[in-house]
Design a protein around this ligand. Structure first.
Ligand code: PMP
Length: 393
């Protein structure tokens, strides 16, 4: 059997129509297939490879760590330098109140930890989340998801969850002194890039302050420079009580975190209740890669270039079949009339060497979230391929 047949036979499938692109090597914004195929990765592995694939600084940090140790102990017992330096580097990017970092393995796990922390700290049971939200695929994360179609088969889910409309100020009245936390994506990703305005975020912060409700912002997709600020909440002049991140954090290695104040986080260490236990959370190799990722983002001024690159995409992607482009920095959705219009365009782009995608809850929009390292020349090439694919359809 060849690799493709093995993939279809023995790897559990997630969809009836996987992209089925075979990759042998990746570098920068490019992926390479076994027969010399070359693809530009315009989705960065779904918002992961913000600094490009196999960034030299990340590779060096991984190699260095491989020579020292791999897993040593469950998270939170031994003093491991990759974890301590990573926590320090993360805290340095954040407002002073967000000074305590809990390292985990993934976005979903970080979400689980953040929800548990809010319940425990506030000793309240209700969680509010938003319509069209995507926070992950584990039971807790699914329970706060905002799309009924994806939840239906898995009920009963967590009780005590109320869904309110994202970005609608009137709905903030549902936040009461019973509410442990409200959780939302600063910029909604899988909804097809939706972003609430500054007034909404200000009112939200105010309401949380009044009611003692913790504000949890999910920046699993929007963090690490993707939107043109290191953290997306910086656009809105507010800050969360708990910040959730993953994806771009590891520069291609699996790692996530929920970050809060020491005061809030310390409730997890009060015995005899368990807080959040994770065997591999903050794996030393991933932590070393993450530290190198943060350094690369800062040293290469990647965040500062995002807006200009996004504008270049928008200026080039003009076509009567493109109905709208929604974006916050390089988190972009290019909307067409329907999935039936979009899908053949995506297929043609792949044939032409450009990988794009659609969104979980928004299948009429093309996902564009390239490595932030993409050059203007590469943006021009990508847009040329997309426009050609549209014309040929
Ligand atoms: N939150 C958001 C906003 C996400 O986009 C995702 C993943 N697409 C997650 C959480 C879950 O992350 P993971 O797949 O690493 O569990």
């Amino acid at each position: 059997m060849n690799n493709r047949q093995l993939f279809l036979s023995h790897l559990a499938q997630t969809t009836d129509f996987p992209l089925l692109i075979e990759i042998e090597k990746a570098e920068g914004v490019f992926l390479y297939g076994p027969k010399g195929e070359k693809y530009m990765d315009l989705i960065a592995g779904i918002g992961v490879s913000n600094i490009g694939h196999r960034h030299p600084k990340v590779l060096a940090a991984i190699h260095d760590q491989l020579d020292k140790y791999l897993h040593l102990m469950v998270y939170g017992e031994y003093v491991q330098q990759p974890q301590t330096l990573l926590a320090q580097a993360l805290v340095n990017t954040l407002p002073p109140e967000l000074d305590n970092v809990y390292l985990v393995n993934s976005g979903s796990e970080a979400i689980e930890g953040a929800l548990k922390l809010a319940k425990r700290y506030n000793n309240r049971r209700e969680i509010i989340s938003c319509t069209d939200a995507y926070h992950g695929s584990s039971h807790g994360a699914l329970s706060i998801g905002g799309n009924e179609v994806f939840k239906r088969a898995y009920r009963p889910l967590l009780p005590g969850i109320r869904n309110i409309a994202y970005g609608v100020e009137d709905q903030l009245s549902f936040i009461t002194t019973e509410t442990a936390a409200i959780i939302l994506e600063t910029v909604q990703g899988e909804a097809g890039i939706r972003v609430a305005d500054k007034n909404y975020f200000r009112a939200l912060r105010e309401k949380c302050n009044q009611t003692g409700t913790l504000l949890i912002l999910d920046e699993v997709q929007a963090g690490f420079g993707r939107t043109g600020k290191f953290w997306a909440f910086e656009h809105f002049g507010i800050q969360p009580d708990i910040l959730v991140c993953a994806k771009g954090m590891g520069g291609g290695m699996p790692i996530g975190a929920f970050i809060s104040s020491k005061k809030i986080m310390d409730v997890f260490k009060e015995n005899p209740l368990l807080g959040h236990i994770t065997t591999f959370g903050g794996h030393p190799v991933s932590a070393a890669a993450s530290l190198a990722t943060i350094k690369a983002i800062i040293e290469e001024n990647l965040v500062e270039q995002v807006e200009e690159k996004a504008e270049l995409f928008k200026s080039l992607l003009k076509h009567p079949k493109i109905k709208e482009i929604r974006n916050k920095g390089l988190m972009m959705a290019v909307a067409f009339d329907s999935f039936d219009v979009l899908k053949p365009i995506i297929d043609r782009c792949i044939d032409g060497g450009v990988i794009t995608d659609w969104f979980l809850y928004c299948d009429n929009a093309m996902r564009i979230a390239p490595p932030l390292t993409i050059s203007n020349e590469e943006i021009r090439l990508a847009c040329k391929c997309i426009l050609q694919a549209i014309d040929e359809e």
